[in-house]
Design a protein. Structure first.
Lengths: 234, 390
């Protein structure tokens, strides 16, 4: 990865107190950097709290293997995904509290921003593993390539990733290469779409906004628009 | 540890060979058995499709989603204080414990810390919801092997706990009592003394269950050596709580990473059992209830005076950032990965629920067991459907 994101820890603006050094997690990061080299494309160390690393998508499974066999992270915690796309449904997807505070005018579409350890693509997979002997844990992220939406599966390393990857596949539409059987886990087999994507509308909220602070039922006649929406939705 | 699984496999191969000879003579073939979604032994709407060869399971495939409510999506359109109402319903038997890790994650992002009194009360209620939850398991496990009486004892004695939770929070099952920065209310007058009495009753209940169930010969034959989970397999599948401690893994988030709860202030013990079978999981949970009563007792003695809310803004906006906080819930480790973009609503909440991981081992675990053992194994893994389906 030839981005400007170098594998160094981003020291946060608020370096508050004596907890600003965290030798244990720094050593972990060093070991990971040493093993993964260029595949480690970003990291974030919150002293005393947590370590997040971002790896290249093709190194996703190798990272897991190294964490498990090389660093003692035998405990599999979870695998999931994040959709960083700002919701195209704007404020009316949010609570009515927001609207009463900030007005109900449609907002400009926001730029895509990423969380800890940065990002480059719309979808990220993220996972967490624990070292239960030394009580350590690490969060691993990887950008999912936009064209293929596929990352290597963890099932070969941690058998427990099976259901988690099925869930991520179903909810985000991300494929896991080498998974023994990606099929629906929660939703019925004929379900279309990936509900956890930000551009998948939450129909209940589209039809009837969340009451929020003031719980007012609209009178028949003064919400023709909402009715029309409702019919469209069904 | 691996020799246990080898033994299980060898048994299975031997039995299969014997069956194959028999099948050749009688020309029998495999069948598919559908357990649930409305089977009384399945703790909710879980369905298991088991392929059988005679009385043995060749492959078992749990089918979930009959109760999927999409909480991860719903949290994206709720403000932070509203989210606790939802997540109460994940593990509905230990509701208060569901709220705590989410609130702690939000507090971590906001850099707010609850005052000591609130931390104490949180820990007390957390342990009480553990007791309310696990007590039902202790009674229920006996039902799985055919003894009906203990479950009535469990319901009877759980009521004492629920009464105390209701007295303090106003809600029997869904307290929604936790707030970012503290708690909704202080404890009512006389609550401490009453709760101590209840803890005494619960210890009595544990003794009762121990004499009634654990020494029972039928219970022992139905659970000893059944559903053995080797430690390394359990870790791979992310098992937690009594399921992993029943396999001899000494790991408890309460002790190892208490973040925000005051378990380091009390004297208690993490119990493990080396066997990894259904019995050991039952045994560990029984000890855990006892420990929980001790924790509550000690905390009630040392509860500090002071405010129950830190200073937080009236309208809660959580600064941008990511936080993952996990706690040792009644069913196992529960964690929330909260991603905030500085809004009133979370950007994304990943709910890591205990039962989802605990159940993901079932296709491996049920392979080669006999049909009646499915029920005891599922019972001993102890899951709540809401915790799987979310």
């Amino acid at each position: 990865m030839s981005s400007t994101d170098t594998p160094t820890e981003e020291t946060d603006a608020e370096e508050t107190d004596a907890t600003a050094t965290d030798t244990g997690r720094e050593a972990m990061l060093e070991q990971l950097t040493g093993e993964l080299g260029d595949s480690l494309v970003g990291s974030h160390l919150e002293p005393g709290i947590d370590l997040t690393v971002r790896v290249a998508a093709d190194a996703w499974a190798d990272t897991a293997a190294f964490l498990k066999t090389g660093m003692g992270f035998a405990y599999f915690n979870f695998v999931s995904a994040i959709d960083w796309l700002p919701s195209p449904f704007g404020r009316d997807m949010d609570s009515q509290v927001d609207i009463s505070l900030e007005g109900s005018e449609p907002k400009e579409t926001e730029e895509m921003t990423w969380g800890l350890a940065g990002g480059e693509t719309r979808f990220q997979v993220f996972a967490r593993v624990n070292d239960i002997v030394n009580h350590r844990a690490v969060t691993i992220k990887a950008d999912v390539p936009e064209d293929s939406l596929t990352v290597p599966s963890w099932v070969g390393v941690y058998a427990g990733a099976n259901w988690h990857e099925r869930e991520a596949w179903e909810m985000f539409g991300i494929s896991f290469e080498g998974h023994p059987g990606l099929r629906h886990i929660y939703l019925p087999g004929e379900f279309e779409g990936n509900p956890m994507r930000k551009d998948f509308p939450l129909l209940a909220r589209r039809v009837k906004p969340w009451p929020g602070i003031v719980d007012v039922e609209a009178m028949p006649g003064d919400d023709d628009e909402a009715d029309a929406d409702g019919e469209d939705a069904s | 540890m691996t020799d246990i699984s080898d033994r299980q496999q060898l048994n299975y191969i031997a039995a299969q060979a014997a069956d194959a000879r028999l099948n050749l003579e009688l020309e029998t073939e495999g069948m598919t058995l559908n357990i649930g979604p409305q089977h009384p032994a399945t703790h909710g709407t879980l369905r298991i499709v088991a392929k059988l060869d005679g009385e043995q399971v060749i492959a078992a495939d749990p089918v979930m989603g009959y109760m999927h409510r999409g909480y991860e999506k719903l949290t994206e359109v709720r403000t932070y204080p509203q989210v606790t109402t939802l997540i109460n319903r994940i593990d509905w038997l230990g509701s208060f414990a569901n709220e705590v890790p989410f609130i702690l994650a939000a507090e971590q992002l906001m850099e707010v810390e609850a005052p000591p009194r609130a931390q104490w009360i949180r820990t007390i209620l957390f342990e009480m919801s553990r007791i309310a939850n696990v007590v039902l398991f202790l009674g229920d496990m006996a039902v799985q092997v055919g003894a009906v009486t203990p479950v009535f004892f469990a319901f009877r004695d759980r009521e004492h706990i629920l009464n105390q939770i209701e007295a303090a929070t106003g809600g029997r099952f869904h307290p929604n009592f936790d707030r970012i920065g503290g708690l909704k209310d202080d404890l009512p007058a006389g609550w401490v003394a009453e709760t101590k009495q209840v803890m005494k009753k619960m210890r009595g209940f544990c003794d009762e269950i121990e004499t009634l169930v654990m020494g029972n010969e039928i219970f022992q034959t139905r659970t000893r050596g059944i559903g053995v989970i080797p430690a390394d397999i359990g870790l791979q599948y992310g098992l937690s709580g009594a399921n992993i401690r029943g396999s001899g893994v000494d790991w408890d988030v309460r002790r190892d990473n208490p973040n925000g709860l005051v378990y380091d202030q009390v004297d208690w013990k993490v119990w493990t059992h080396p066997d990894g079978d259904s019995f050991s999981r039952f045994w560990v949970r029984l000890q855990e209830v006892r420990e929980a009563t001790k924790i509550v007792d000690q905390l009630l003695d040392t509860i500090p005076a002071g405010p129950i809310m830190a200073k937080v803004p009236r309208i809660i906006k959580v600064p941008a950032g990511e936080a993952y906080v996990e706690t040792e819930n009644p069913l196992g480790v529960m964690g929330y990965y909260v991603i905030s973009k500085g809004d009133l609503v979370p950007y994304r909440v990943k709910i890591r629920s205990a039962s989802f991981n605990n159940m993901s081992i079932t296709p491996w675990l049920l392979k080669g067991v006999y049909v009646p053992d499915i029920v005891t194994i599922l019972g001993s893994l102890y899951f709540i459907l809401g915790d799987i389906d979310r």
